[in-house]
Ligand binder design. Structure first.
Ligand code: AMP
Ligand code: MG
Length: 396
């Protein structure tokens, strides 16, 4: 049986890259960039005034100046005619030619057309001037392909003068639960049935990850229905996320039916608890299928541990550094399997954050997930991990 790390590597290696598309600035948040963004101009593109005040030449060592005019933001550069003159300048304006410093208005006494520096003002060359090219030079790479775009990145693309950028198109994802015992929330229910919750938890998780092209379905444990409906989902979606029907039960038909639909299995079963029966395969036209075990804790753990990296790889996102955290208490790992342990993040008096174990009563006990922030990945046992052991952390 493969390990979780091997399973993740296999997923990353086998998911096909989604095509790129051009999007306008207002539709870029959360998308994965698929082209390099270069600075088209120096930043700032001119010597920029950073305070409202006056600009003058420091060379003459004067403290009093005649105001010769006003250089407002967005106006062509003015030229200082003589060292006893100054210009009134506004934040964001070009520094007038012949000036090398700016003194803010609160450090001046102003009378008619004369500005006088207050006694405590020490004049230095370049003061309150944001020099051309200080932040970056034209031609510098600002963003690389594979970056997930957030507020600073979108602002940088706009500041480079681009109205559009090439990003990955969104995967069309279908979330499908399976099982004859499961009833639609809101419908009448018998005492031997349960409400189906997985699909809704998975949808909420995907929405939080920024995925919006989502469909949802429920299928019975019936081979013919599974075959027909899964074929139709494969026609219209890039990614199928199934829950249930992948274990050793008599009515666990999902792996067999996916095989009949030409989805080639990449792996089935991972040496982990919970979620051992996890199944993953790739089909014609680059369709990917994640079939997650149905127990609700397993479903959420496998979604986070395998589907998120798979979707990120399909969108071309560069792998990000794994978040590591210290255990807040010792923990005994009993099975000879990787253990995913739900945790709550807690901060001590010095602000150090660590992970407090919140084990569930088995993989069906999802009420114990309330108040948890995610889970940690613990090495196969038997082993006792000391308080403070550093382990990978995955947020829900
Ligand atoms: P399975 O993986 O189909 O063998 O299901 C394992 C356990 O998870 C069973 O107790 C199921 O009733 C439960 N289960 C499966 N799917 C769901 C679901 N969508 N919502 C809640 N529980 C589920
Ligand atoms: Mg089932």
């Amino acid at each position: 049986m493969i390990s979780p790390a091997e399973a993740e590597t296999a997923i990353r290696a086998s998911v096909p890259l989604l095509e790129a598309e051009s999007r306008t600035l207002v539709a870029l948040n959360g998308a994965v960039l698929r082209e390099p963004i270069l600075a088209t101009r120096d930043q700032p593109p001119f010597d920029r005034v950073t305070m409202d005040g006056i600009a003058f030449s420091s060379a003459a060592g004067r403290r009093e100046f005649r105001i010769a005019g006003t250089q407002a933001a967005g106006t062509r550069q003015m030229v200082l005619a003589s060292p006893e003159a100054c210009f009134e300048v506004m934040t964001g304006a070009v520094v007038p030619k012949g000036c090398d410093c700016v003194v803010p208005v609160e450090k001046l006494s102003l009378q008619n057309d004369t500005a006088r520096l207050l006694d405590d003002v020490a004049v230095t060359v370049g003061m309150n001037i944001h020099t051309r090219g200080l932040d970056c030079r034209a031609g510098t790479a600002l963003l690389d392909p594979g970056v997930r775009l957030g507020p600073p990145e979108v602002a940088i693309i706009a500041a480079a003068g681009l109205a559009h950028a090439q990003v990955s198109r969104s995967p069309r994802i279908s979330v499908i639960s399976t099982g004859d015992e499961l009833i639609e929330p809101g419908d009448p229910i018998s005492d031997y049935q349960i409400y189906r919750s997985n699909a809704f938890g998975v949808l909420a998780a995907l929405q939080r990850q920024g995925h919006l092209q989502l469909a949802e379905d429920h299928l019975p444990d019936d081979p013919d229905t599974l075959r027909t409906r899964l074929r139709s989902h494969l026609d219209t979606h890039d990614v199928l996320i199934l829950s249930g029907g992948v274990s050793m039960g008599k009515f666990d038909y999902v792996p067999q039916i996916l095989g009949e639909l030409d989805i080639a299995v990449v792996f089935h079963n991972v040496a982990q608890r919970p979620g051992k029966p996890m199944w993953f395969g790739v089909g014609p036209r680059g369709r990917t299928v994640y079939a997650l075990p149905g127990n609700p804790v397993s479903t959420l753990v496998c979604l986070t541990r395998y589907v998120y990296p798979g979707l990120a790889a399909a969108m071309g996102e560069s792998p990000t550094a794994r978040q590591m955290i210290a255990l807040a208490e010792p923990f005994d790992v009993k099975p000879a399997l990787t253990v995913f342990l739900p945790v709550k993040l807690v901060a001590d008096a010095s602000g150090n954050v660590s992970a407090q174990p919140r084990p569930t009563r088995g993989s069906g006990d999802f009420t114990s997930l309330l108040g948890t922030d995610g889970f940690v990945e613990l090495p196969p046992g038997p082993v006792t991990l000391a308080h403070g052991t550093i382990v990978p952390f995955y947020r829900w």
